[in-house]
Design a protein around this ligand. Structure first.
Ligand code: GUN
Length: 301
């Protein structure tokens, strides 16, 4: 196999999933109004703006209605929370996503916890995180969910395999480790979480069949740390200066692609690997949230 055959094409898989979601939305719309996603962005961070545009565009492609609320960078926390309250109480809205990061004067966790768990299409609310721990997920964080989808479509059995997740964030690392370890199709792996206080990460990754790099630091995983034949998933999106590029920078992941490629059996590129999957899973979560709108009170808090 040449090295191109090792690439996991997240754009292609994402396209397939968006087509699947479009078909499901069409069926759903025979008996319901279209699902409706609200995306909130605070401030003008260019990367966040670009992600949000991608989410709105994908929604349109799937037949999902979307509303984009753009708030100024100095919006008060109270104002943002009261807008979320309005969306929570609006039965024409199924999903609410507040793009992160938020400006420093707003407590991110307060915002996450304000979103009704049944509309939390990001899967960040502690209720949904708790459901994942209990192995009864409702809405699961989109990036780890997208990675599970890539592993199931590209890689073989995960049961009994050694997986290392580098990064312990509540958005990616922690749910990722839970999904890989749970007693479930696509899970059943032996999982280690490494983080900023871990010693000798290389000795852990050297034993791993699956490496998930999610720390947000370029060059975290290099070829010498990787076992021959490992599957390497790169969640990082880091800007590095590149005077040869028109923009003056280029995007790289947490994995040193050049040195890891010859060792890996499968690897996600950056861009075009994990990134597009996050959006595809968001669309799936939005449809699921719309479908759950009629569930009984004791199931939805
Ligand atoms: N910022 C970067 N990734 C994400 C995401 O998946 N959801 C939200 N809400 N903000 C993000």
């Amino acid at each position: 196999m040449n090295d191109n055959g090792k690439l996991i094409d997240g754009r292609e898989v994402s396209k397939t999933i968006l087509e699947e979601v479009s078909e499901d939305v069409a069926v759903f719309c025979r008996s319901h109004r279209p699902p409706h996603l609200v995306v909130v962005i605070v401030g003008d961070n260019p990367a966040s703006r670009s992600y949000v545009r991608g989410k709105v565009k994908a929604a349109k492609k799937c037949g999902i209605d979307s509303t984009l609320l753009e708030l100024p960078p100095d919006v008060s926390s109270d104002e943002l929370l009261s807008r979320i309250d309005e969306f929570n109480g609006d039965s024409s809205i199924d999903g609410i996503l507040v793009q992160l990061p938020l400006p420093g004067h707003i407590d991110q966790q307060d915002v996450i916890e304000r979103i009704s768990p049944s509309k939390d299409v990001d899967g960040f609310h502690p209720y949904n995180m708790g459901r994942l721990v209990a192995d009864k997920p409702v809405l699961v964080s989109c990036t780890p969910l997208g990675i599970m989808e890539l592993l199931s479509r590209y890689s073989g059995e995960t049961a009994g395999k050694r997986a290392v997740v580098i990064g312990r964030s509540s958005i990616v690392g922690t749910p990722m480790a839970l999904l890989l370890a749970r007693k479930h199709e696509g899970g059943d792996a032996t999982v280690t979480i490494c983080h900023s206080r871990s010693e000798d990460i290389a000795s852990v990754t050297a034993e791993a069949d699956i490496i998930i790099a999610a720390v947000g630091r370029a060059g975290t995983v290099t070829g010498d740390m990787v076992k021959e034949g490992a599957v390497v998933i790169d969640v990082g999106i880091n800007r590095v200066d590149d005077p040869n590029s028109k923009k003056g920078y280029r995007l790289v992941g947490d994995v040193d692609f050049e040195s890891v490629l010859p060792k890996a059996s499968l690897i996600t590129p950056v861009p075009g690997g994990v990134g597009p999957m996050t959006i595809a899973m968001l669309m799936r979560n939005t449809l699921a949230a719309a479908g759950w709108a009629g569930r009984s009170e004791d199931e939805v808090p």
